[in-house]
Design a protein around this ligand. Structure first.
Ligand code: UDX
Length: 434
């Protein structure tokens, strides 16, 4: 099938490349001419494992194209995907839909023949109705259906998540759209992936409900971690003990400094706003947002406590700045709260991140970016593990101890074992463990 993908960010580029890899003919469109030029030259705008090779292979086989203008691709497309950003609106947390509505207007002007217009971006409940209204107003005679098809990709695992999804959710009231959407996802048939057809608003809400629940699950185990520290229990074992119940499941029960990223923070806020506007507030998600924000800020105090309460004039080495491993994405990373707070307390911060340093340099002032974990440990009064990159999982602890000004490690991702760290002569603090 012929697909037009509007937006070449984390969602649009991965989705476009994967649809091409499914065998469809895909044109990825972005207004940013520089970005399109770099994509045509095989240069990726984001770090996502496997993406560069996937794009190159599909460009080489003539299934994947890049353009700055949507007109031609939309005219020829069987399905046009809206995969543009829906950032949190300044100040009030509502999703900013200006890019989505702009894309809808652009699509309207070019529609030819029956076309399925698909929202791939995460959009508040009811957005599909508004997109339909915008297109209908500009082109009363056009034949089209507006469909919700949310993605559930995790950064760092996006290609795998797209090609082997737990399910595909498709929201539409228009029977004409079903065969088109089934054909798009036909390559998933051998995997017997469930294709769930729902109403459009239901599909839009499924996305927010999924992210809201996952954010709440993480926040739950983070609160259990604090309780474990207060009563002398071990949160890793609590997580394992409850996770073995298949009604709970073991995933997303890893205690840490709080969730970040481009989705959970903005989607939980948008869900809170949508619910409040609908007169049905989601108090569990409101609390999740508040607890998570407070947690990220409290982590600096935890680090200061490991240094006896006063970090003035101390050097803190930070391992990991991105919101999670295997990405260069710094959006809402806990580092953006923790590092400036430590600096405000009088600490000097040196840091290493395998992929995030470029992004981080635009967002953090006064940080010395080091080439590797050992350089970040050199001369440090405390070493903080903030993101659990694989590169930090098997450090030479004797070498680290020799390099540091004093052997203090604060492990906010529970990468190491308290007993082993004590045996290696470190003063070791972690999350939810004695
Ligand atoms: C998330 C959803 O998982 C994905 O389905 C959706 O499409 C986009 O948002 P992403 O934000 O890329 O994906 O990463 P994810 O792996 O979900 O982690 C989100 C945050 O939660 C990260 O800050 C991560 O460190 C944190 N996290 C995750 C935990 O603290 N503990 C966990 O057990 C899991």
């Amino acid at each position: 099938m012929r697909v037009a993908m509007i937006g070449t960010g984390y969602v649009g580029l991965v989705s476009g490349a994967c649809f091409a890899d499914f065998g469809h003919e895909v044109t990825c469109i972005d207004k940013d001419a520089g970005k399109i030029e770099r994509l045509r030259a095989g240069v990726m705008p984001i770090y996502e494992p496997g993406l560069e090779g996937l794009v190159a292979a599909n460009v080489r086989e003539g299934r994947l194209f890049f353009a700055t203008e949507a007109a031609e691709a939309v005219r020829e497309a069987d399905a046009v995907f809206i995969a543009v950003g829906t950032p949190s609106r300044r100040g009030d947390g509502h999703a900013d839909l200006s890019y989505v509505y702009g894309a809808a207007e652009e699509i309207a002007d070019q529609l030819e023949g029956f076309t399925v217009v698909v929202t791939k971006s995460t959009v508040p409940v009811g957005t599909g109705d508004e997109i339909e209204r915008i297109i209908r107003a500009r082109r009363p005679e056009a034949q089209f259906a507006v469909v919700s098809n949310p993605e559930f990709l995790r950064e760092g695992a996006a290609i795998d998540d797209f090609k082997k999804p737990d399910r595909v959710v498709i929201g539409t009231e228009d029977p004409r759209a079903q065969p088109v959407m089934r054909e798009l996802y036909r390559p998933l048939r051998p995997l017997e992936t469930p294709i769930l057809f729902t109403g459009r608003r239901t599909s839009e809400l499924i996305k927010y409900a999924a992210n809201g629940f996952l954010a709440m699950k993480i926040t739950f185990i983070n609160e259990m971690a604090d309780l474990c520290e207060a009563v002398g229990a071990d949160v890793q074992q609590v997580a394992r003990g409850i996770g073995l119940d298949d009604r709970i499941g073991p995933k997303f029960l890893q205690a840490g400094p709080g969730y970040g990223g481009s989705c959970f923070p903005k989607d939980t806020l948008a869900l809170v706003r949508t619910a409040a506007d609908a007169g049905s507030p989601v108090r569990l998600i409101e609390t999740t947002v508040a607890v998570n924000e407070a947690r990220k800020k409290a982590m600096a105090a935890k680090i200061a406590a490991a240094l006896g309460g006063d970090v003035r004039g101390k050097t803190v080495g930070v391992l990991g700045l991105t919101f999670k491993p295997d990405t260069d994405d710094m959006r809402d990373s806990p580092a953006l709260d923790i590092v400036p707070t430590l600096q405000a307390m009088g600490a000097r911060v040196q840091a290493h991140d395998p992929e995030g340093a470029n992004e981080a340099a635009h967002l953090l002032d006064g940080v010395d970016f080091m080439d590797g974990p050992y350089e970040a440990a050199a001369g440090a009064d405390a070493l903080v593990i903030l993101t659990e990159w694989n590169a930090f999982r098997a450090l030479d602890l004797d070498r680290i101890k020799l390099l540091m000004a004093q052997p203090v490690v604060v492990d906010l991702r529970n990468v190491y074992d308290p007993t082993e760290m004590a045996a290696s002569g470190f003063r070791y603090a972690s999350v939810g463990r004695a």
